[in-house]
Structures are given as structure tokens and as C-alpha cells.
Design a protein around this ligand. Structure first.
Ligand code: ACO
Length: 432
């Protein structure tokens, strides 16, 4: 990479602040502020890290102003049109599109790691059947470190590879087992002749007593959703994986931390929140009232599925998924799903013309539509964020691998601005 560096000086005193600017291949340069505290005795202050780059990365690029998303330089629109989730997984992990031979080998390895150690299945019985599947999935993934001692030496490249293949292969099996447990149905074992998304559908929906045919449009929709959700640079859950991983913890624990971070309604939980919101809105005549609520500063209500920290023009994933949403509903939509989608489209149009949303650059994000597709596939709301977690696992793994190999990695340890009491003396309890 052509990386220029130059000094930034204090314009008043002319003093060299000792801060270096480092250019990026695409997007904003960064100012390396590691010398700031040493030279000037101050920290930077950036709640929510809106202006802070925490690493250099070669994986994903986003231009929020232009609505651009690229994995390893390939535009998301091209990957969505031509690729498969497994090929994208390879690309994210290894940096290049695979040759046919590499793809076959990778695909085969993932298929061969799908089965869970039988003891895992016993863990599920410790949960009540009404346990949220995200709680089960994050717990079970953390437990994997107790079973796979042969792949937790993070300094060993072979261990890192085995870990990566295992977690990518097993996360659908874990997710499906959580779903089956919540239905009080028997677990369904993976079928390795099926591709990644068809296998997941098989484990979610087949029962031992009957036959089950995977619907090709359902597999195609999942494949697309998974490509779109596979990585999104330093978002909340990915940063959590990197931060947890920076302590050198075993990678299963780091991924489990990411799953927990994803669960929140401001992040991966939004797809579930969108359907709840649409059900609450109920019908067209209530839209104005809910849009007014979203605009009211004194009302905590927000339009779920609207707005994004980075995309301030449009979310390119939302544009792609909106088309798929139409196709899925045409082919698979149950009667009750269509009104919800029509309500979503109406809400979208009203909000897009409203000055509040225009001025604040609030556009529908990917999750505005993903929940409607999942619902049409027969996946219940409580599983929506789990589906997101399955897709994002490869992104977390790729980012974690990059972090472990980066010589600049140090344990993540943000600083703070202290605004509590100044020093004071202890008062015995009898005098308080
Ligand atoms: N509805 C109404 N107003 C909103 C919304 C919304 N969905 N989103 C942001 N705003 C308003 C805020 O009230 C704020 O107004 P103010 O400047 O008058 O105080 C302004 O827009 C900026 O919002 P912030 O919360 O400061 O923006 P931030 O970048 O921190 O948040 C976020 C982004 C969390 C995505 C936010 O837009 C939101 O809560 N959206 C709804 C939840 C959602 O859809 N999340 C999914 C994100 S995509 C993903 O994780 C895959």
C-alpha cells in the first residue's frame, strides 16, 4: 500500500505535536494519536467511537456517504449477484476469491465439521424451553472452548484454522438445536450432502418422522441474506470480538462475546424489533401517529430498521434485500406476511418524505427487510438475531484472525475522563 505519513503541528506555537497522519487506501486518513498523552498529557474523547479507528484492516470497506460496501475490494452488489455464502466466507477469511480447487476443499472442510460433540446436545436440556435462542447460542458457543482444547492456541496458525472451520461449520447446527429445543422437538442432525444454507433449513424444519424438501427460493434468500450480513467492519459486535480477543482469550469466548453484543436492539436485535414495531403499528392509518412518536424528543420510541451509524445516504444491503423480499413474498409468502410487508413499504415511503428523517439522514437499513423475509421463511422472531449471528460469524472470525496476526495489536484498554468526586476521606459508618 502507498502509505504517506506527515507531521501535524500546533498552529499557534508551531510545536510538533508528534502526531502522524497515515493515509488509507480508500476513505479517511487517520491521525495516530498514540503520542498525544505522552507529549500533551491529554486523552482524546470520543464516546461511541464515532471518530476513532481502532485498527488497520484489509477486510471490509464502507463509504457511508456514498452507500458503498465492499469485501476485500469486491462491491457487495457483485458478490450478492454472483457468489455464494461459502465463497464469500473464503474471501473474507483468506483475502482472495478461491480457485475451484480451493473452494471445493474449503466447502468440504466446512461440511465435515458440522456435527456437534454429542455432549453439547445435553447442554440444551439444562435450558427451559422458553429460553431465548440467543441466550442458548451465546452460552453454547462459549462452552465450545471446554471441548476443543486442540484449537485454542491462538499463536498457532493451524489451531486458528481449525477453530475457524469448526465455528463456521457448527454455528448453524447450534442455532438449529436451540430452535428445536424451544419447539420441544428432537434435534435434527446435519446432512453433509446439502449446501450451507440448505443444511440449515433442513436442521430447522425437518422432523425425524417425515420427509422435508428444501425450497430452492428459501435457500437462495438465506444465501443472499448471509452474504449481506457476513461482515461490516468495526461494528459493535465485531469490536467486541476484537476487544475480548485482544486479551488473548480463547476464540470461542471472543465469538460468544460478539454474539451477546449483537443481541441488542440497536444492533442485530433490530430485525426482531422491526417486526414487533410493524405489528404494533398494525395498519396504515396508524403510521402518522408512529412517525410522530419517532420524531418526538420526549418519546424514546424510534422507527426500528431506520438509521445507521455509518450509512448516511442509503444502506446498499437494504436496496439488494428489498428486491429479494418481493420475490420471497411472491413465491413463499403466507397470507399473513403480505400485509406486514405492505405496511413496511408504506411506512418506508412516508418516512423517506418526512423532513425529520431527510435532515437526519435516516434511511431504512438492512434489518428493515430481513425480518420480513425470515418471517416468510417460517422462522420465528426469536430466531432472527440468531440468523444474523450465523452469517456474521465468518466476519468475526476473519477480523479476529487479522487482529491476532497484526503486530500492532495490544490489549484493548480505553481510557476515560473522570468526573466523579475528587479525593475525600473515609467516614466511619456511625458518622454517616
Ligand atoms: N427513529 C427516529 N429517530 C432516530 C432514529 C430512528 N430510527 N435513529 C436515529 N434517530 C435520531 C436520533 O434521535 C438523533 O436525533 P437528535 O440529533 O435530535 O438527538 C439522531 O437521529 C442521530 O441518532 P443517534 O442515535 O445519535 O445515531 P447513532 O449513529 O448513534 O445511532 C442507530 C445509529 C443506533 C442505528 C440508530 O439510528 C437507531 O437506534 N436505529 C434504530 C435501530 C436499528 O434499526 N438498528 C439497526 C442498525 S443496522 C445493524 O445493526 C445491522
Amino acid at each position: 500500500m502507498n502509505e504517506k505519513t506527515f507531521k501535524i503541528t500546533n498552529q499557534e506555537s508551531g510545536k510538533d505535536l508528534g502526531l502522524e497522519r497515515k493515509d488509507a487506501v480508500l476513505g479517511p486518513s487517520v491521525v495516530d494519536i498514540t503520542a498525544l498523552y505522552r507529549e500533551q498529557g491529554v486523552f482524546t474523547y470520543d464516546p461511541g467511537f464515532g471518530a476513532t479507528a481502532c485498527c488497520s484492516s484489509t477486510i471490509t470497506y464502507i463509504d457511508g456517504e456514498q452507500g458503498v460496501l465492499m469485501y476485500r475490494g469486491y462491491p457487495i452488489e457483485q458478490l450478492a449477484a454472483h457468489s455464494t455464502y461459502i465463497e464469500v466466507a473464503y474471501l473474507l477469511m483468506y483475502g482472495e476469491l478461491p480457485t475451484q480447487e480451493e473452494l471445493t476443499g474449503f466447502d468440504q472442510s466446512i461440511r465435515n465439521h458440522t456435527m456437534l460433540n454429542e455432549s453439547f446436545l445435553r447442554f440444551f436440556n439444562g435450558f427451559d424451553h422458553d429460553a431465548h435462542p440467543m441466550a442458548m447460542v451465546s452460552g453454547i458457543v462459549a462452552c465450545m472452548s471446554a471441548f476443543y482444547h486442540d484449537s485454542t492456541d491462538i499463536q498457532d496458525a493451524a489451531h486458528r484454522d481449525v477453530f475457524a472451520h469448526r465455528i463456521i461449520a457448527k454455528i448453524p447446527t447450534i442455532a438449529a438445536a436451540a430452535f428445536k429445543h424451544s419447539l420441544k422437538q428432537p434435534f435434527v442432525y446435519p446432512k453433509n450432502e446439502l449446501d450451507y444454507c440448505s443444511n440449515l433449513l433442513h436442521m430447522l424444519f425437518s422432523v425425524p418422522t417425515g420427509s422435508y424438501e428444501v425450497d430452492p427460493i428459501a435457500a437462495e434468500a438465506l444465501n443472499l441474506l448471509f452474504i449481506l450480513h457476513a461482515d461490516h467492519e468495526q461494528n459493535c459486535s465485531t469490536s467486541t470480538v476484537r476487544l475480548a480477543g485482544s486479551s488473548g482469550t480463547n476464540p470461542y469466548s471472543a465469538i460468544s462475546a460478539g454474539i451477546s453484543a449483537l443481541w441488542g436492539p440497536a444492533h442485530g436485535g433490530a430485525n426482531e424489533a422491526v417486526i414487533n414495531m410493524l405489528e404494533e403499528v398494525g395498519s396504515s392509518e396508524n403510521i402518522t401517529q408512529y412517525v410522530a412518536k419517532a420524531k418526538d424528543k420526549n418519546d424514546p420510541f424510534r422507527l426500528m430498521g431506520f438509521g445507521h451509524r455509518v450509512y448516511k445516504n442509503h444502506d446498499p444491503r437494504a436496496t439488494i434485500i428489498r428486491k429479494m423480499c418481493h420475490r420471497v413474498l411472491e413465491k413463499l409468502g403466507r397470507e399473513q406476511d403480505t400485509p406486514l410487508f405492505e405496511l413496511a413499504l408504506e411506512l418506508e415511503q412516508i418516512a423517506l418524505k418526512d423532513s425529520y428523517f431527510i435532515e437526519k439522514n435516516l434511511y431504512p437499513n438492512v434489518d428493515f427487510y430481513s425480518g420480513i423475509i425470515y418471517q416468510a421463511l417460517g422462522i420465528p422472531k426469536s430466531m432472527f438475531t440468531v440468523m444474523f449471528a450465523i452469517a456474521r460469524t465468518v466476519g468475526w472470525v476473519a477480523q479476529w484472525r487479522e487482529m491476532v496476526r497484526d503486530p500492532e495489536t495490544r490489549i484493548g484498554r480505553p481510557r476515560q475522563r473522570y468526573i466523579g468526586p475528587a479525593e475525600r476521606n473515609y467516614i466511619p459508618i456511625t458518622n454517616r
